[in-house]
Design a protein around this ligand. Structure first.
Ligand code: ADP
Ligand code: MG
Length: 326
């Protein structure tokens, strides 16, 4: 049976409104943000073959499409409110949409947010989401707020580290081989990232700056450094690495941990005096954080290796329009 556009929307995406005044089904959605709050808005577009493999489970795709957007709200310290969904589908595939909606709404329910609208069209499989959130006046965490002398921190999954999603991708590509159980954990990091929304909120008023890791540690750190007009030194020994990662050759570790991509962890800076406050925020959010280096007034990114030597490192990440890296 072939379903039309409106049947598809009604079947898979229309749910009763909760917080919104008007949701899916009218010309606009209507929302009432809390009085006095600033609205935080972010969009992300996921294209098959570029952002996800064609073999991905529909549930995982639904989860990840929303997760990467929530991660942007987290990086600003915003509280999520609602989202819209733009879908291009090669065909009206009911089984695909059922799985996709399951993954999507499961994560939406974890964060208490609702789908309030969107658009659906035929085309190569593409998923776009816009999330809306709110943040108290002037409280949003920005890339530009870092100060020289700040500690640099990164969040990470329990038992996991930075670069695990990239390592899973390298295994898919055949560039690395790992035992099945180890690979399963890395694949979870790649396909089911957990946006650090609670951590971002807990870091309001504590962190000076923040960014979420989507393009890789050094690339995203580079954005933060550029916008804050600073340099940084990373301590290789302090970078959180999973056991699987630590067992690999150094060049592969560097590629995954420093180059990375798709982590959706928070990279943030805070004054040295705020160390206890950062630990309290992390405990409150139940997320592990690691101090991985410091910000310096001298431009450029350096890495200090376990033998004590320091070398410059390119603060570059994945760029869709550059032919380097991935
Ligand atoms: P319009 O033509 O007025 O833009 P549409 O016919 O595109 O409206 O969509 C009808 C309703 O379904 C709208 O409320 C729209 O927000 C909603 N909608 C369309 N596609 C999606 C989707 N993928 N997810 C959620 N809501 C959607
Ligand atoms: Mg429309």
């Amino acid at each position: 049976m072939s379903l039309g556009e409106f049947d598809l929307i009604a079947r898979h995406f229309a749910r009763p409104v909760r917080r919104a005044l008007l949701g899916v089904g009218d010309d606009c959605a209507l929302l009432a943000p809390s009085p006095g709050m600033e609205l935080a808005v972010s969009s992300d577009l996921l294209v098959e073959g570029r952002h996800f493999l064609s073999t991905v489970a529909p549930q995982a795709l639904g989860h990840k499409a929303l997760a990467v957007n929530l991660s942007d709200l987290a990086a600003c310290g915003a509280t999520p409110l609602a989202f819209t969904l733009m879908l291009a589908l090669p065909r009206p595939d009911d089984a695909f949409l059922r799985g996709f909606a399951q993954g999507l709404f499961a994560l939406a329910d974890v964060h208490g947010i609702e789908l309030v609208g969107g658009d659906t069209t035929a085309g190569p499989l593409t998923v776009g989401i816009t999330v809306l959130g709110e943040v108290p006046p002037s409280a949003a965490l920005r890339r530009s707020g870092a100060q020289a002398g700040d500690d640099l921190w990164v969040s990470h999954p329990a038992g996991g580290g930075v670069g695990d999603a990239r390592l899973a991708l390298e295994v898919f590509r055949g560039a690395a081989a790992l035992p099945g159980e180890t690979f399963a954990a890395l694949r979870r990091a790649m396909e089911w990232p957990q946006p650090r929304v609670a951590l971002g909120i807990a870091l309001r008023g504590v962190a000076h700056s923040a960014i979420d890791l989507s393009d890789g540690l050094c690339g995203d750190l580079g954005h933060l450094l550029t916008q804050s007009r600073l340099g940084a030194q990373l301590e290789w020994a302090d970078l959180p690495r999973s056991d699987a990662m630590a067992s690999l050759p150094m060049t592969m570790q560097q590629q995954c941990v420093l180059g990375g991509g798709d982590d959706y962890e928070l990279l943030f800076s805070a004054p040295v005096a705020a160390r206890p406050a950062v630990q309290r925020a992390a405990a409150q959010a139940e997320v592990a954080v690691c101090r991985i280096g410091e910000l310096r007034s001298e431009a450029g990114l350096r890495v200090r290796w376990p033998d004590g030597s320091v070398s410059p490192w390119a603060a570059r990440g994945f760029d869709h329009f550059a032919s380097t890296d991935r």
